[in-house]
Design a protein around this ligand. Structure first.
Ligand code: ADP
Length: 478
């Protein structure tokens, strides 16, 4: 597997969670997995490594491979090139991408192939995730097609969010050592520029994404972000598999970050978590009886923050308490700060990234809100289900696949959904949830139904194995 982030080494979002958990789950099924990623600043690794130098587009680059064996049996290979990766951020600073990202991630892809070649053992498949690893199959096909180790190995392109496409000027091609034959609509060309993700899609044997609904949505002009045509041509090779969640780190029965354990059959610890959350946020304990709505989110329009902005007056008119943790666009950070200032006894806002508070919100909130415009899979709604925190979500992507509304015919209700991307639909779903909270028996049934669902990685890993096996069989039949 090749990716730009993986738990526990580097994380900005859901991608790292997948790259942390899927390899472990595959290892438990008996597979051998190597994860290749950059060694960013702060990543601990004292393993001595092998230094190699390769040349791309006439420029030479030295990297050191530092291999680490994780307790699960997975091998992590950190690409050490301090001038490229030893920086404050993974992708940029102060909201601006690093100007050499095209080179930084070309090196990642090229180095991953080099590592495999030197290890000398032919992998069954290579899974290259998101645009940062998009050049893996491009280099493989254009430079190493006859290589005895990596040549002909099926590559799977994993798409975690189609909004990030790795688009660079066409002139980049020569500097990363890719010939002009790739400047073609069927290859990497994208509106006069090039896209690493498009390269990943067009040069891979299979494509995976992170939920069945998102796999369908990405074929539409609304959510295809200009890639609906490319992906529609590859629809037969595209599979949507829901992410799992880490059932050990996100387990209310054994979570060191919450005050008391709880489970579907013993929910009283959840009350303690709510009290602790209110106290730690400086909200009055008297608000205990009022439903507490949690949000943990990047503050962007993808996450529905524009909808929140439009709905805010009506939402604040409801008798609810709010706990919001997140960071992102200044405009939405300001919106939340204003709300906290206007309603200090009912709205608590924490701007930043805070794992511990995230766990306490998941445990202590009654309702969890995710009004996303689109959501490839989404993790927080699954954490919420596990913690008995009833999710209110927009019916898109993985949110639609993982939350069941009472008006659907597919099993016990676990949450509330709205379909139209409008303020009115959002408010109406939140209102329904608040009303249901007032009926304790029904509410508890809903909490328990969610808590008993199995969103662990085991089932997802088996689905991935099927895709890998299909790709291997197709390659053998060629
Ligand atoms: P995305 O990857 O689009 O941001 P996901 O729901 O798939 O959204 O994953 C987000 C992950 O990052 C979750 O594990 C979530 O708990 C975590 N997260 C997001 N924002 C914060 C924050 N401000 N503090 C702590 N954790 C956060």
């Amino acid at each position: 597997m090749v990716a730009s982030e993986a738990h526990p080494f580097a994380k900005t979002g859901g991608l790292a969670e997948v790259l942390g958990a899927l390899p472990d789950a595959l290892a438990r099924l008996g597979h051998r997995v190597t994860v290749v990623l950059p060694k960013y600043r702060g990543v601990e690794c004292d393993a001595a490594g092998d230094a190699v130098t390769f040349s791309l587009g006439g420029r030479s680059q030295s990297v050191t491979f530092r291999a680490q064996w994780l307790p699960s049996g997975v091998t992590a290979v950190l690409i050490d090139a301090p001038e490229l990766y030893d920086r404050d951020g993974l992708y940029g600073a102060d909201g601006v991408d690093y100007p050499d990202n095209a080179w930084r991630f070309a090196v990642l892809s090229r180095a991953a192939l080099e590592y495999a070649r030197r290890a000398g053992e032919r992998p069954s498949v290579i899974h290259a995730h998101d645009w940062q690893a998009g050049l893996v199959p491009v280099y493989q096909k254009l430079q190493f097609s006859t290589d005895p180790v990596v040549g002909g190995v099926p590559v799977i392109c994993g798409i975690h969010n189609l909004a990030f496409q790795g688009v660079f000027p066409a002139s980049t091609l020569s500097s990363i050592g890719v010939g002009w034959e790739a400047f073609d609509l069927q290859a990497m060309e994208y509106w006069g520029q090039i896209s690493y993700l498009k390269g990943g899609i067009n040069f891979s044997e299979r494509i995976t994404t992170v939920s069945p609904t998102y796999a369908r949505e990405m074929l539409t002009p609304e959510l295809g972000f200009g890639f609906d045509g490319v992906l529609s041509r590859r629809a037969g090779s595209l599979t949507g598999i829901l992410n799992g969640i880490d059932f050990e780190r996100w387990n209310p029965a054994a979570d060191p970050m919450i005050p008391a354990p709880f489970s579907a059959n013993a929910l009283s610890g959840k009350r303690r978590a709510k009290e602790a959350l209110l106290a730690s946020l400086g909200l009055p304990a008297g608000g205990r009886a009022r439903p507490l709505v949690g949000l943990i989110s990047r503050l962007t329009s993808q996450k529905g923050m524009d909808l929140m902005e439009a709905a805010v007056d009506e939402l604040m008119a409801l008798d609810l308490t709010w706990a919001m943790l997140g960071s992102g666009d200044a405009r939405y950070e300001d919106l939340w700060r204003r709300l906290a200032a206007a309603h200090p006894d009912r709205v608590a806002v924490t701007i930043g990234f805070d794992e511990r508070l995230a766990h306490l919100i998941e445990a202590g909130a009654d309702i969890f809100l995710m009004p996303s415009r689109f959501e490839p899979c989404g993790l927080n709604q699954m954490y919420s289900l596990r913690y008995g925190t009833v999710p209110v979500v927009r019916a898109t992507g993985g949110l639609d696949d993982t939350v069941t509304d009472a008006d659907e015919n597919r099993g016990p209700a676990t949450g509330f959904k709205f379909r139209e991307y409008t303020a009115a639909a959002l408010v109406s779903a939140v209102r329904r949830a608040a009303e249901a909270f007032g009926k304790p028996r029904e509410w508890k049934k809903m909490q328990q139904a969610g808590m008993r669902e199995d969103h662990s990685w085991n089932a997802s890993a088996r689905e991935y194995v099927k895709v890998y096996e299909g790709a291997v069989e197709a390659a053998a039949a060629k």
